[in-house]
Design a protein around this ligand. Structure first.
Ligand code: SAH
Length: 518
């Protein structure tokens, strides 16, 4: 069998967008992804759906896999002909043990590539507003491991040289040893007032910064129970944070938000959350597809067989528009055959989806639960007219009822159906339990029902209880009602039933979340 290849890839410090283009491309092609906790879990969504995901990090009930075993695993997978990604936090060559892994691959004649990543040593300070060098304050920086016993630290670190280096000192893996590190630096001549910052989980929702001086930092770490992982920065550049801190000012900073929408539909919501400084966590619980049952297919075909008979075509969602056109294509019809029909769209997004296809539609208001939805069309809707309503299988009853009330015959067709997604996220349940998911967004009733089902399938006995401490944000009153009926407590309701409205509601409701610790 031909040998596979191993890519040793830096995943960056946590924000999934901080992987390199080359790293992402390798990830998207891989057969197997070997990863641990420092590589952001959301990056795994970028792997192929059929890629094998192998976790080699810490578990609560068992210890980390030994380095020899991980290296061996990479060799074995490659010998089976696989393209393997070893995804590592930050940069693989910075305390990433890449030497051992690459060494064993070389010994076994397995081709490999090292794809650098953005190291936490630089990126994490940057996200806290601390540049590691500065024209006036630091002309060099050193990256030092703090992950050793004190006497081993003494042997590996030349405290006298380190202390008197001109630049910034950056310690990784050093939280547990902060007292010893500070003491040694003072002992070897650093002023006790030298500023120090600890930045925990930089670039992620949990990013927190603690500042102090060499003299008092240990006490502050103890007092605030400041936990690893963190990057420790020692030097004058730390003061820059007072004027350069930036990420904490974003309205959704610190909030990890679950996005339950179908992946094909999620990007707008994901991008908005990201833009506002939140951390979107995609967990699609539904997807849409062409209907599969023979009756459903027959019903659509029959309704589309006589396009000339319609006076109106009313579209209620972007999905509806997309699938309507997919159908026209698959039955080899032509939109121009609907020449008798006027088009109406519920909401501006739906109207836009029609506009890009060259159809200018009358836009109906989004609030389509309200009676009187069709008021603006009342003088144009005539008894005896025919209206085609291409929609999803879960669309509601109001619109056809309103049309019938005005004497218009409504022909409804399910141009797509919504089905639950099989999810394979190994972390979600634990993250909710640990309160690492801060908010959940629901964009339809089916996302509510399907999230609860998905959580049950992942092993939650009472999913609504599990979500008790999580903010629940809903796009509109009907979705909110479904959420409440299913035992959830809705904390944020969009004022306008749009993605913008939903994100705004999240931002308005987030004030009770803590921010940075300093
Ligand atoms: N190869 C990695 C470092 C691995 S050592 C890199 O280049 O970033 C692990 C240490 O890195 C942690 O103990 C912590 O000190 C630091 N670290 C990694 N990611 C971090 C993050 N998001 N926030 C704070 N520290 C981080």
């Amino acid at each position: 069998m031909a040998k596979g290849k191993v890519y040793l890839v830096g995943a960056g410090p946590g924000d999934p967008k901080l992987i390199t283009v080359r790293g992402l491309e390798a990830l998207q092609r891989a057969d197997c992804v070997v990863y641990d906790r420092l590589a952001g879990p959301q990056l795994l969504n970028r792997a192929r759906v059929d890629a094998e995901l192998i976790y080699v990090g810490k578990l609560t009930d068992r210890h980390t896999m030994k380095q020899e075993d991980i290296s061996r695993l990479l060799v074995d997978l490659a010998l089976r002909g696989k393209t393997v990604i070893r995804l590592k936090g930050g940069d693989p060559t910075v305390f990433g043990r890449v030497g051992e892994e690459a060494g064993l691959l070389r010994q076994n004649g397995i081709p490999f590539e090292i794809i650098p990543g953005i190291t936490s040593a630089i990126a994490v300070p940057a996200y806290a507003g601390i540049p590691v060098t500065h024209r006036d304050l630091a002309s060099s920086f050193s990256v030092i491991t703090g992950h050793e016993s004190s006497d081993k630290l003494d042997r590996s670190i030349h405290w006298d040289k380190v202390t008197n280096a001109t630049g910034t000192l950056v310690f990784l893996m050093g939280v547990a040893k902060i007292g010893y590190i500070a003491e040694q630096l003072i002992k070897h001549g650093k002023p006790a007032q030298t500023p120090v910052a600890l930045v925990r989980w930089g670039t992620r929702a949990e990013q927190r910064t603690l500042t102090g001086t060499l003299e008092d930092i240990e006490e502050r770490v103890k007092k605030t129970d400041f936990q690893p992982p963190a990057v420790i920065i020692v030097g004058e550049v730390v003061r820059q944070r007072q004027s350069l801190a930036w990420i904490e000012d974003k309205p959704l900073f610190g909030l990890r938000v679950l996005v339950t929408r179908a992946r094909s539909q999620a990007s707008e919501l994901v991008d908005k959350i990201d833009e506002l400084g939140g951390e979107p966590y995609e967990f699609p619980v539904i997807e849409t597809r062409l209907p599969e049952s023979a009756e459903a297919v027959e019903a659509v075909r029959a309704a589309l067989a006589e396009p000339e008979s319609y006076d109106w075509v009313v579209l209620t969602s972007v999905n509806g528009v997309d699938y309507f056109f997919r159908w026209l294509k698959s039955i080899e019809s032509d939109i121009r055959r609907f020449h008798r029909a006027r088009f109406a769209a519920v909401g501006p997004k739906t109207a836009e989806a029609l506009a890009v296809r060259g159809i200018r539609a009358h836009t109906l208001p989004e609030q389509f639960r309200a009676e009187g939805l069709l008021d603006s069309l009342a003088d144009q809707l005539k008894p005896g007219q025919n209206a085609l309503l291409p929609r999803g299988d879960l669309a509601r009853e109001l619109l056809p009822r309103e049309l019938e009330r005005l004497g218009v015959r409504a022909v409804e067709i399910d141009v797509y159906e919504t089905v639950p997604t099989e999810s394979r996220d190994p972390f979600l349940l634990e993250m909710i339990q640990n309160r690492e998911i801060h908010a959940v967004t629901f964009t339809s009733s089916s996302t509510v029902v399907n999230l609860l089902d998905a959580l049950r399938r992942l092993g939650a006995e009472d999913p609504a209880a599990l979500l008790r401490n999580v903010d629940i944000a809903c796009i509109g009153p009907i979705t909110a009602r479904t959420a409440e009926e299913n035992g959830l407590h809705v904390t944020a309701l969009a004022q306008s039933s749009t993605i913008d409205g939903l994100v705004q509601a999240l931002a308005d409701g987030r004030s009770h979340h803590e921010r940075s610790t300093d």
